[in-house]
Every structure is written in structure tokens, then in C-alpha cells.
Design a protein around this ligand. Structure first.
Ligand code: PLP
Length: 351
């Protein structure tokens, strides 16, 4: 059987053993809202996880609201901050589709995928009076490119506006110090289970789901106690990564004529996105046959024929190959496979 190498952590990172143990242990938990000892035990599990997530993002745990993932957290903040007086959302052109779905205006990026601050200033000057919130991600899921959040936050604050940051790809890769009023997180990107995330809200926001008193009445519905426990354990276990392994893969790709997306910008240490002469889907398919799990960009757009909006926003065309690493991953066995696959595709194309 072919050995399998998983290089798609940005789609979902491997479940951390501590998160698995915490999730399984909490499957038998009672309802955290129940007025008895079993309910209090379950509430303690949720509280502990809330504190861990608060520590991860260096925020008061009372600002942490659990959700069913980052898509829900993005939808919550961007849908509920709008009002009749301030109906507009401004977002960067390279956001995740769950943010772009709410964007009325987009801030262009440069050829490295970095938000153009001059364009941000111009858009703020034009629309500030009618904007509810500005949304800029911390790190792009397709390219790993980091946004200059301090500079962005300074401009958004100077305009008297609130900043939301989809920080989904940051934990487990880099320290999470995000100067935003609202932060979105997703557990499965940093070693937790799928289907659980959080909105960190440092300012008031309307309820997403009304009903019970859960999450201080802002996100009603019985807690996903097992998922929340897993997210908390993943947050506690979460570290940062170095770029050395990614850079080894990058050197191989460049030696085979690959163009690294966002090379001139600061990037996540685990992410490599490369345009080759050959279509990215072909390279991903050949890697898959050789036992390497890679992707052509975001998991949401994989399998769709539409070109990536991120690549387009950078003024480029073509389908890139994304390799994204998990904490502590050894790429030594992958290097010869990557070499071989890229060389074979070159030969096949020449032939
Ligand atoms: N935001 C970013 C930047 C992402 O990478 C993803 C997942 O791919 C999401 C949001 C959506 O996360 P979830 O799967 O938790 O809904």
C-alpha cells in the first residue's frame, strides 16, 4: 500500500491527541444549563475551554462565544452588525467566501496578496459614514499571506469604525495577537474537532440565534460540549511553527519552475502555494497517486472549475498547488516524491 503523506493542514489539521481525548471524554457530559451536579460538571468543561480559547487569543474569556465554526462566526458578525443607518461591509478581496458573501465593497490587494493601504484609506474616506464594519483576515488560507493588521487597525480606528478579523488560519502556526474588535476562530484548523469554533467579541453584537440563554443569550442552542472540550484542549496544546520544512518544499518547487504566490510578503510558516506551467489540478492528481495529499487552494473551491478569487485578486491566472504542513511534520520523505512527480510531469509535457 502506498504510504500517505498529509500536506493539507489548511483544509483541516490533524486532530491533536489531547483534543481527541477531551472530545471523547466529554461525549457523556450532561447539559451545561441543567441545575444539578451533572449539569455543573458539563458547565465546567465549557468554562475551562472558554478560558483556554481566551488565553490563546489573549482576550478576556467573557468575550469568547462558541459557534459551529468559522463560517458561522463570520456570518454572525457580518450579518448582525449591519443596521439601516450603517448597512455596508468593507472586506479585503482575498477573504474566505463566508466573509465575501457579506462584502459590499472590497479592498484590492497587491501582486503578493497584501491589502493595499492606499486603497483602504480611499474606500474608508468614501464610505465610512455608511460602514458597519471592516473585515480583513489575518492569514490567507490559500497563500498563507499575512495582512498588516496593525496598519489596517490604525486606519479603521481613525475612521471611527470596528474591525473584524478572520484569524482562522493563525493558531497553531503563529502567535495569535490580533488588534481587532472581533475575531473568528475554527477549532479544526489547529488540532480541534470539526464543526466548532468561536467568535471573540470585544464590542457589542446582536444575537445570532435567539431562544435559550446559552452564550449569554446571543447564540442559543444546547452547547456542543464535546466539540467545545476538544477546541479548548487544542487551544491549550497549540504552539507555533517554523518555516524550515515549508522552505525545503519551496526550494524543490522553485527548482522545477514553480512561482511561489506571495513570496514578497510575510507568510504563514506552514503554507506554500505555487503556480506551475502544468495545471495545478494535474499536479495535485499526480501527487495524490504518489501518496501526497495536497490541494489546489481552499477545500471549498477544490473540485470547482472556477478560478480562485485569491489568485485573480493578485492579478494572476492559473490554478496553484497548495501544500500546507501540520505542526512538527517531517517533510524529508516527501521531498523525493515531489521531485519525482514534478520531473515526470515536465517530461510528459515535453513529450
Ligand atoms: N475562514 C478561513 C480563513 C478558512 O480557512 C476557513 C476554512 O477553510 C473558514 C473561514 C471556514 O471555517 P469552518 O470550516 O470552521 O466553517
Amino acid at each position: 500500500m502506498t504510504r500517505r503523506f498529509y500536506l493539507d493542514a489548511n483544509a483541516t489539521a490533524p486532530l491533536h491527541p489531547a483534543a481527541r481525548a477531551a472530545t471523547v471524554a466529554a461525549l457523556d457530559a450532561a447539559n451545561p444549563m441543567s441545575p444539578h451536579a451533572a449539569g455543573r460538571d458539563a458547565a465546567m468543561i465549557v468554562d475551562r475551554a472558554r478560558s483556554a480559547v481566551g488565553r490563546l487569543v489573549r482576550r478576556d474569556p467573557r468575550e469568547v462565544f462558541f459557534t459551529a465554526g468559522a463560517t458561522e462566526a463570520n456570518t454572525w458578525i457580518l450579518s448582525r452588525l449591519r443596521s439601516d443607518a450603517r448597512p455596508l461591509v468593507l472586506a479585503s478581496a482575498v477573504e474566505h467566501p463566508s466573509v465575501l458573501a457579506w462584502a459590499d465593497h472590497t479592498v484590492p490587494v497587491d501582486e503578493d496578496g497584501v491589502v493595499r493601504l492606499d486603497a483602504l484609506e480611499a474606500l474608508l474616506a468614501r464610505h465610512a459614514e455608511r460602514l458597519a464594519v471592516v473585515s480583513v483576515m489575518a492569514a490567507n488560507n490559500e497563500t498563507g499571506v499575512l495582512q498588516p493588521l496593525d496598519e489596517i487597525a490604525a486606519r479603521v480606528r481613525a475612521a471611527g469604525l470596528l474591525l473584524h478579523c478572520d484569524a482562522t488560519q493563525l493558531p497553531g502556526r503563529l502567535p495569535v495577537a490580533v488588534p481587532a474588535d472581533f475575531i473568528t476562530l475554527s477549532a479544526h484548523k489547529f488540532g480541534g474537532p470539526k464543526g466548532v469554533g468561536a467568535l471573540v467579541a470585544g464590542a457589542a453584537v446582536e444575537a445570532l440565534l435567539r431562544g435559550g440563554p446559552q452564550e449569554r443569550g446571543l447564540r442559543a442552542g444546547t452547547h456542543n460540549v464535546a466539540g467545545i472540550a476538544g477546541m479548548g484542549a487544542a487551544a491549550e496544546a497549540c504552539g507555533t511553527m517554523a518555516a524550515a520544512a515549508r522552505d525545503q518544499l519551496q526550494a524543490v518547487c522553485e527548482a522545477h519552475g514553480g512561482r511561489v504566490l506571495g513570496k514578497g510578503a510575510a507568510r504563514l510558516p506552514n503554507t506554500l502555494s505555487v503556480l506551475f506551467d502544468q495545471p495545478g489540478d494535474l499536479v495535485v492528481m499526480a501527487l495524490d497517486l504518489a501518496g501526497v495529499c495536497a490541494s489546489t487552494g481552499s477545500a471549498c473551491s477544490s473540485g470547482s472549475a472556477a478560478p480562485s478569487h485569491v489568485v485573480q485578486a493578485m492579478g494572476l491566472s492559473g490554478t496553484p498547488v497548495r501544500l500546507s504542513l501540520s505542526p512538527g511534520q517531517d517533510v524529508a520523505p516527501v521531498i523525493p516524491i515531489l521531485e519525482h512527480v514534478l520531473a515526470s510531469l515536465e517530461d510528459a509535457c515535453e513529450w
